[in-house]
Design a protein around this ligand. Structure first.
Ligand code: RFL
Ligand code: PHB
Length: 398
């Protein structure tokens, strides 16, 4: 498991969902690869992040042979609820999208499933192996210089998949790349609570006190978020203060109660939109958060990462089998179409539901007009539902 090969076809940097799924898809296609991950296994498996999966993401996990536990434990949702003006509006996804659903299955569980498969039958996955630099991207062979067990080593590869997230080394290694970015003037305080969900579906609440989201991890564990100012110290939020604030933001003029329970985790998460173009330079291909970040309000980050690696696995497999790089040449443009659609949707959800520190009565009225339109018009609701449930992954063929 932790021997360090010096040569491989695809060197994958990062064992998040993008790197792990790519490795799995390549392995099943007979393409050898090595995954280098800077942290240890426990860190990768415990990092609390996404929870909402599009159908295309679930399909990709099944196609990779990683869907066994997901099939038993994932919760199928037939929509979401929007709250504003003390009213609740349910969006019925199958009715609005021609039969599509979304799924709740935590990113931590996807990562655990993929790591278990990888350690069982390969390809090699090295923890505590930090990529320091990549080079040779324009030549015959590319190289990853990395540190493992205190020693510096080199992995020589035909291709490098940069799946090392927003703070990794890959996206900075694309010369001439342009990064389009936006930071938001608010963050999320996220909690995990031993409290059964108080709603069957996710609840996105616009309120004069700021945004709140009710999500879940299982029939007994809730995952909830509150908009808070940037720089908030989670230590300033006692459990009672959190529950009181959630109660106030979810309040509607109908009988509804938020079930409280012990809070087991608390963290503040900043929000950002970012796209690096192009997603390829020579032998280096970027995928997932290494290439793009979305604010979590649209639940798109993990789903985009999965869509990238599905396209990338096809392209690397074709190049390996036939030497034809047409799909790799098209990779960046293929992915960026979907990425920019998701960037727009995530920005739309974020700016429609949050209270800006510079918010005026005028901008609040605009937000409420937009939300009322979604509640009243089937067309406006269908636009949101289609984007949220996600489109099928466009997989060009050679
Ligand atoms: P990751 O998960 O950041 O993994 C990158 C991995 O690379 C490693 N690494 C390195 N390894 C070797 N050498 C180096 N130099 C390295 N530098 C970094 C890191 O240790 C790490 O293991 O990126 P990946 O695989 O692209 O996956 C992306 C997703 O994690 C991310 O988009 C989602 O979590 C975003 N997201 C959501 N996405 C959804 O689709 N649905 C959701 O419901 C959803 N909710 C969320 C979210 C993200 C959130 N946060 C914390 C920003 C909710 C939240 C609160
Ligand atoms: C989550 O369950 O963590 C989650 C769900 C939907 C979002 C963001 C986060 O939009």
């Amino acid at each position: 498991m932790s021997t360090a090969p010096a040569r491989t076809t695809v060197g994958v940097i990062g064992a998040g969902p993008a790197g792990l799924l790519l490795a799995r898809l390549l392995h099943r296609a007979g393409v050898d690869c090595v995954v280098l991950e800077s942290h240890d296994r426990a860190y990768c498996e415990q990092r609390q992040r996404a929870g909402m999966l599009e159908q295309a993401t679930v399909d990709a996990l099944h196609a990779a042979g990683a869907g066994e536990r997901l099939a038993r434990e994932a919760l199928r949702h037939d929509g979401i609820e929007l709250r504003f003006d003390r009213r609740a509006h349910r969006l019925d996804f199958p009715g609005l999208t021609g039969g599509r659903y979304v799924w709740i299955y935590a990113q931590t569980e996807i990562v655990k499933d993929l790591i278990a498969l990888q350690l069982k039958d390969g390809p090699p996955l090295l923890f505590d192996a930090e990529a320091l630099a990549v080079d040779g991207l324009d030549g015959e062979r590319a190289r990853i210089r990395y540190r493992h067990n205190g020693a510096e080593r080199t992995l020589t590869c035909d291709w490098i998949a940069g799946c090392d997230g927003h703070h990794g080394v890959s996206h900075a290694a694309v010369p001439g790349a342009v990064t389009y970015e936006r930071e938001y003037p608010y963050s999320w305080l996220g909690i995990l609570a031993d409290a059964p969900p108080s709603s069957e579906v996710l609840v996105y609440a616009h309120s004069p006190r700021g945004f709140a989201l009710h999500s879940m991890r299982s029939p007994t564990v809730g995952r909830l978020y509150l908009q808070v100012p940037n720089g908030t110290d989670p230590g300033d939020w006692s459990d009672t203060r959190i529950w009181d604030e959630l109660d106030a933001r979810f309040a509607i003029d109908a009988d509804w109660r938020l079930t409280r329970g012990p809070i087991t985790a608390k963290a503040v998460l900043p929000m950002r939109s970012s796209v690096t173009e192009p997603m390829r330079h020579g032998r280096l291909l970027l995928a997932g958060d290494a290439a793009h970040i979305v604010p979590p309000t649209g639940a798109k980050g993990l789903n985009l990462a999965v869509a990238d690696v599905v396209v990338l696995a096809d392209a690397l497999t074709a190049a390996h089998r036939t030497g034809d790089t047409a799909l790799l040449d098209a990779y960046s443009a293929t992915c960026l179409d979907r990425v920019w659609r998701a960037e727009h949707f995530s920005y739309f959800m974020t700016s429609t539901l949050h209270t800006d520190p510079d918010q005026t009565a005028f901008t609040t009225r605009l937000q409420l007009a937009q939300l009322s339109r979604i509640a009243a018009s089937r067309h406006a609701a269908a636009e949101l539902a289609e984007n949220y449930a996600g489109l099928p992954i466009d997989r060009p063929t050679p």
